[in-house]
Design a protein around this ligand. Structure first.
Ligand code: COA
Length: 155
């Protein structure tokens, strides 16, 4: 079972290319926002990776907005490892770190409400959040036709 042998750790600069590869394949399918290697490097301290015997097979990132509000984003697991519990491990790691920081609400923008429902996130109107959380949207090709669902979990 990959999950039993997988460690979730802070990302290192040397993981940036692997993170980019994993997220790019889903960005190409329109499932998630594209992030360049440069952008991932800038944000590397906010990334976690799933390390399976030295191979990066999944990732996610956190973003802080206020002292009580944060986002989990860029969550992806390599196609061949999907459905093996890695996504759950990544979410649990990110939530643990956010909770330690005192964050009270975590949100996600996603097309995968099934998975996040399973992680006990609930749907919420996007208008609930302050405008400043939409900082990524300006570069999104779907800006005027956003189909992502906002979901939130309160700690
Ligand atoms: C979403 C994703 C990260 C989930 O990771 P994963 O490793 O496949 O998920 P897990 O195996 O950890 O699943 C955890 C639980 O969620 C359930 N689940 C997974 N995907 C689901 C879905 N689409 N709908 C409903 N439940 C789902 C699993 O059955 C499992 O339930 P269980 O613990 O009761 O058995 C992964 O499928 C992925 O990379 N998808 C493509 C990119 C994407 O959609 N990212 C999210 C963008 S915000």
């Amino acid at each position: 079972m990959p999950a039993a042998e997988t460690c979730i750790r802070n990302a290192r600069l040397s993981d940036a290319a692997a993170i980019s590869q994993i997220t790019s394949s889903y960005a190409g399918q329109g499932i998630m926002l594209k992030r360049t290697v440069e952008n991932i490097i800038e944000d590397i301290r906010n990334f976690f990776v799933a390390d399976y015997n030295g191979r990066v097979i999944g990732c996610c990132a956190i973003a802080f907005y206020t002292v009580r509000l944060a986002e989990i984003r860029s969550l992806a697991v390599l196609e061949e490892f999907r459905g093996t519990g890695i996504g759950r491990l990544l979410i649990e790691k990110a939530e643990g770190v956010l909770s330690e920081e005192g964050v009270k609400e975590v949100f996600v923008l996603t097309l995968n409400s099934g998975f996040f429902g399973q992680m006990r996130y609930t749907e919420i109107e996007k208008e609930y959040f302050p405008q400043k959380i939409w900082r990524d949207c300006t570069n999104c090709p779907k800006l005027m036709a956003c189909d992502e669902i906002a979901m939130v979990k309160k700690f």
